[in-house]
Design a protein around this ligand. Sequence first.
Ligand code: MG
Length: 387
Amino acid sequence: MKKYVVLAAGGSGTRMQANENKIFLCVGSRPVLVRSILLFERLIDGMVIVCREEDQPRIRNLLPSLSVSFPIWITAGGSTRQMSVLNGLRALRAEDDDIVLVHDAARCAAPQAVIEEVLDSCIRFGSGVPGIPAVSTMKTSDDGRVVSGTVDRSHLYEIQTPQGFRFRMLLDAYCKAEAEEFIATDDASVVEYCNIPVRLTSGSRNNIKITEKEDLPIMEAILQAPSPAVRIGMGYDVHQLVENRKLILCGVDIPYSLGLLGHSDADVALHALMDAMLGAAALGDIGTHFPDSDKKYEGISSLVLLQESARCVRDAGYELVNADITIVAQRPKLAPYIPQMVQNISDAIQCDPLQISVKATTTERLGFEGRGEGISAQAVCLLQKKG
Ligand code: MG
């Protein structure tokens, strides 16, 4: 008998007012998604991550740096959590009696004891769903203004994930719910709908779900993993010099016989800076945020991408302390343009120009930069936690 996890990672982050999926936000310098995957280390035989199509490249980028004891597959989610979980179950090549746990990736602090009790309950009773007794008084209201009643809370439980079941029973229940258009907000409801008893196990008050931005510091406190106060990042980029292209560096259109080749405006210096900033916040790189396979970024000004990168960094809870960029080019002379470059960057990031340094150097005619075949740029930056 094997054990699997379907990890529901499809949240849109709309409630977080973040412009990205909350599973990529960092708790104590590790993305929520990574923490959720690691919860199951040494407990399971495989995991299916169900996520939005647009999040797949970024998730694939995160996985190689993890060394976990089980294989991970990624599959596309549906328009609701229920449809996403069904997609995940269909992607699993499991035996009827295998155990599958369905877990919300946003619950990245699920205690080991909670997971183990669910697994144990599945082995003994065929299901296990963690719950905690409701402690607050529960009231109903028809219009959200006037109380219409008070509910006896002695029989009420707040339900968490992971929720565990035998594979065939859960898949059949999900298929029946789909065929009969039954809408459920959790996996146990789907099984209950088929009149199959569901076993309660002990949940934990620490097993919170990140739904609002205010939840991040609470999650950090639970995991005792505060995000570091400062983070460092570096970026490096190269573009080829060719004819019939503009030479744009740090948003300045520089008169020259050659220009840089690339999908966007090929602003090599801003690309290095963005990689440094995203890297410092462990948010991937510009390739994952602005893929060159996407038509929307064709010929786009890299200053627009820089604004977007700066917003991602702010959403992750950090702000720039300073950045230092070195452009390596044999020709043309860049010194006259540097004040405008600094101004462009500080306007895009919305910071003080004193936080930005741009330098230019040659390589004494050595290498591809020295031969004038291309221009490279390096950047380092420091981020600090927002107060
Ligand atoms: Mg580039």
